[in-house]
Write a protein that binds this ligand. Structure first.
Ligand code: ATP
Ligand code: MG
Length: 561
């Protein structure tokens, strides 16, 4: 895997210090701990690149661990997709694939240890009662009336909870910490709850499930993790992480928090992404508009571009919103160097060269990639009737419009200079049906022998040779920079962009594109970068997805003309 010298960050600095101080016997061991309750998104990619990247650069290890303690929301479909996405991003957990559910027995035994130490108790309060007695930031909580149960009674009740003797929600196991602790999470937090639900791995073996806070640190410890890297919202959980490991007296990884990735015009929350899928606002988790890894893959992103983006945005301690343009630029820069060029006319209008011989066909040589001479050339057929983009012609051109208009000469890329002589319109609608031009045979290949100036070069395809293919233009899924920020009582879906997908059916493409392979990527000259959709294309029948436009602001200014 190509890796420019990794940029350092505060997490790496902490690791350097730990290594310098001889901690953990010089080991570096991280983990990526997704909950299998949805598909991974670009925010997870940041965490994956950080955790696996550190393991790689420090010659350490990184585990993949499914944090699967909520049977109701988790599913094997998610497990499969997560593994596929981590691999696709270019990372390898080797044989270190773990599940929190593998540790259910050990976690249970540790809970018994805490009960024996008088550090955990069975509580019969309802969730509502617990919430009410927790207190506030300014007021201490009130102890549960069950807090002083004897160790024997707690052990007996906990065993019976496990045996399924009580209904869901009837009892929980709580840590016995401090009801006056300034950190509310330390006020006797819940460690276990009863859920008579089938788990995707343990089936009906357990009806007692540990909470995230109880589980996470113990799993880290059991796996010998040295640095447990997580996002900032877990900073307030750290005292609890530390408390559990200290009370159990087991290996104690260091928890380090970093700022999660927020992207402009994008939502990165599995819960909300699930809602988009369930309410059919998008075509599944892999819809090319989704910020999921599988969506980005189908959109045409490469793993390299995503890794470069993650490296570029860095790792910080404060939350911020990263501009989506940065992600788009990472794929633009790459495809500029690697994607073969092709000519495609997305919204065609016919251009007829009146003085070109009707039966004649010429083949012009076109450069496959000006950035990569080794990519060579191809030939494209040229004839009397062509298609050009509607927007490359204006009957009454505004001031800064230099493309084709009556009386004006432009260059047809690789072919000839042509001058517009007339237009034919639909008598009913007034829409332009044909643009008539004359060509100058002395300009073959697009070169003017007298060096006369033409201000514009436009792309074209030969009408009789062109293929037709559906072309899907994708745009931001949300119109607002911060889509989660909506008025009281409004749903986040109000900021969905109604124009996030436009499907063109009349586009005309150069004939060679009929052989474009699913997953391959092209630059349609002057138009943007496109990929052949992996799901909807078949042999000889490509469907193209727009990955990104060619430029960001430029494209917007130009399209206003
Ligand atoms: P979401 O909020 O999208 O549901 P999550 O944090 O619940 O995400 P997990 O499956 O628990 O999802 O996440 C696995 C790991 O990925 C965690 O360590 C989490 O901190 C990290 N992670 C999740 N979202 C982001 C993000 N936006 N930026 C960076 N890391 C993230
Ligand atoms: Mg989570």
């Amino acid at each position: 895997m190509e890796t420019p010298k990794p940029s350092t960050n505060f997490v790496r600095e902490i690791i350097d210090e730990d290594l310098a101080a001889g901690r953990n016997g010089g080991r570096v061991h991280t983990r990526f701990p997704p909950e299998p309750n949805g598909y991974l998104h670009i925010g997870h990619a940041k965490s994956i690149c950080l955790n696996f990247g550190i393991a790689r650069d420090y010659k350490g290890l990184c585990n993949l661990r499914f944090d699967d303690t909520n049977p109701e929301t988790e599913d094997v479909e998610y497990v499969q997709s997560i593994m596929e996405d981590v691999r696709w991003l270019g990372f390898d957990w080797q044989q270190r694939l773990f599940y929190a559910s593998d540790y259910f027995q050990q976690l249970y035994d540790y809970a018994v240890t805490l009960i024996r130490k008088g550090k955990a108790f069975v509580c019969d309060q309802s969730l509502e009662e617990m919430r009410k007695s927790r207190g506030t930031i300014t007021e201490p909580g009130t102890a549960s009336p069950y807090r002083n149960r004897s160790v024997e009674e707690n052990l007996d009740l906990f065993a019976r909870m496990r045996n399924g003797e009580f209904a869901d929600g009837a009892r929980v196991l709580r840590g016995k910490i401090d009801m006056a602790h300034p950190n509310l999470l330390m006020r006797d937090p819940v460690f276990y709850r009863i859920r008579k639900a089938a788990h995707h791995r343990t089936g009906s073996k357990w009806c007692l499930y540990p909470t995230y806070d109880y589980t996470h640190g113990i799993c880290d410890s059991l796996e010998g993790i040295t640095h447990s890297i997580c996002t900032l919202e877990f900073e307030v959980h750290r005292p609890l992480y530390d408390w559990i490991l200290n009370e159990l007296g087991i290996h104690h990884p260091r928890q380090i928090e970093f700022a999660r990735l927020n992207l402009s015009n994008t939502l990165l929350s599995k819960r909300k992404l699930l809602e988009l899928v369930q309410k059919k606002h998008v075509d599944g988790w892999s819809d090319p508009r989704m910020p999921t890894i599988s969506g980005l893959r189908r959109r045409g992103y490469t793993p390299e571009a995503i890794r470069r983006f993650c490296d570029q945005i860095g790792v910080a301690k404060v939350d911020s919103i990263v501009d989506l343009v940065l992600l788009e630029n990472s794929i633009r820069e790459e495809l500029n160097k690697t994607a073969p060029r092709a000519m495609a006319v997305l919204r065609p209008v016919k251009l007829i060269i009146d003085n070109y011989p009707p039966e004649q066909v010429e083949a012009f040589e076109a450069v496959n990639n000006p950035e990569m001479p080794a990519a060579g050339t191809r030939t494209v057929p040229f004839s009397r009737e062509l298609y050009i983009e509607q927007e490359d012609f204006r009957e009454a051109p505004p001031k800064q419009f230099y493309r084709l208009s009556p009386g004006r000469e432009v260059r047809l890329r690789y072919a000839y200079l042509v001058t517009c002589v007339s237009v034919a319109k639909d008598p009913q609608t007034g829409a332009i049906r044909e643009i008539h031009c004359t060509y100058d045979p002395a300009t073959r290949g697009g070169n003017a022998p007298d060096n006369r100036k033409v201000k514009s070069t436009i792309h074209w395809v030969s009408a009789q040779h062109a293929i037709e293919a559906p072309v899907r233009l994708y745009d931001n899924l949300f119109t607002k920079r911060d889509p989660g920020e909506v008025a009281e009582g409004q749903d986040f879906t109000v900021t969905l962009n109604p124009k996030s997908l436009e499907t063109l059916t009349g586009s005309k493409l150069e004939p060679g594109l009929a052989r474009a392979l699913p997953g391959s990527r092209y630059q349609f000259e002057r138009v943007g970068y496109f990929t052949v959709d992996m799901q909807d294309s078949s042999a000889g029948r490509p469907v193209f997805n727009r990955i990104v436009t060619l430029r960001d602001t430029w494209a917007k200014i130009e399209s206003k003309l």
